[in-house]
Ligand binder design. Structure first.
Ligand SMILES: NC(=O)c1ccc[n+]([C@@H]2O[C@H](COP(=O)([O-])OP(=O)(O)OC[C@H]3O[C@@H](n4cnc5c(N)ncnc54)[C@H](OP(=O)(O)O)[C@@H]3O)[C@@H](O)[C@H]2O)c1
Length: 258
């Protein structure tokens, strides 16, 4: 292997990517698998998950699937136990599964507030607590929390999502403190507008689609695979001294002025 390949290689590493049956999680899984990792992909819809795993396997990748609704504590425990039993270790955890429900702020429904916080913020903590214990025993591990440009800038009609992603960004920094001495790095990866089912509504409306593309410095939406390179960097030894940081693959969205 060349120096460059060794630096970025994930050969022999075991990864878990939540919400990897489609969208950004799938784009990140494409990167990690392509760099040589074995990856357990999770999702809630068994058929969709099975199809994603089959496609990766067809490309010769070491993909595995496990159905897990991360809003359910018991199912998180089941995932941790499955990985412990099947692989005996975990090197990379990507907390990607996320939901977003837009509503006018003063009419925001309690149940959607609760679900957003549970899936986007509480579940990553529980997954880190479970898999972090395994990583501590190993003396190494990498955690990547998928946040959003909403962790930096406010958007209308989205208070729960902004709170969850801003919280996840700060939890990343707090946990990087707690886990660093065990050889565990924790970083945040925040996408800008990416063409997935999550924002199918904005994509379908030609005007909103155009405005979001033009608001980016690159003049376009991201595609799920645009996140793969940053994920490989954060998961690999190329970022061996990087922890507690938040990175954005947003086409320049946050940095842009007028
Ligand atoms: N798309 C964007 O523009 C954008 C921008 C910034 C940040 N993000 C963040 O990126 C992440 C992925 O978003 P996306 O756009 O790829 O979303 P997506 O296309 O809607 O896909 C969401 C994925 O998460 C899974 N998921 C949803 N709820 C889950 C739960 N309770 N338990 C386990 N898995 C669950 C889904 O599984 P099923 O297929 O089984 O439903 C699916 O695989 C999210 O954290 C989101 O907040 C997205």
């Amino acid at each position: 292997m060349s120096y460059l390949e060794t630096l970025f290689s994930l050969q022999g590493r075991i990864a878990v990517v939540t919400g990897a049956s489609r969208g950004i999680g799938r784009g990140i899984a494409t990167g990690l698998l392509g760099a040589g990792a074995s990856a357990v992909l999770t999702g809630t819809d068994p058929k969709r998950l099975e199809a994603a795993v089959a496609e990766f396997k067809g490309q010769g990748r070491n993909a595995d699937g496990f159905v897990c609704d991360v809003s359910d504590r018991g199912q998180i425990d089941g995932l941790v136990e499955y990985v412990r039993r099947t692989y005996g270790r975990i090197d990379i955890l990507v907390n990607n599964a996320g939901v977003a429900f837009g509503h006018p702020a003063l009419e925001y429904p309690d149940d959607q507030w609760d679900r957003t916080i549970r899936v986007n913020l509480e579940a990553p903590f529980r997954l880190i607590r479970g898999f972090g214990a395994m990583m501590k025993q190993q003396g190494r591990g990498v955690i990547i929390n998928v946040t959003s440009i909403n962790a930096e800038v406010g958007f209308p009609d989205n208070p729960a999502y902004a709170a969850s992603k801003g919280g996840l960004k700060m939890m990343t920094k707090a946990l990087a403190n707690d886990l660093g001495r065990h050889g565990i790095r924790v970083n945040a990866l925040g996408p800008g507008y990416v063409h997935t089912d999550l924002n199918a509504g904005s994509w379908a409306d030609p005007e909103r689609r155009r405005i979001r593309a033009e608001r980016s410095m690159l003049g376009r939406w991201g595609e799920p695979e645009d996140l793969a390179g940053l994920a490989i960097f954060l998961a690999s030894d190329a970022s061996s001294f990087v922890t507690g940081q938040d990175f954005y693959a947003d086409g320049g969205w946050i940095a842009k002025g007028l």
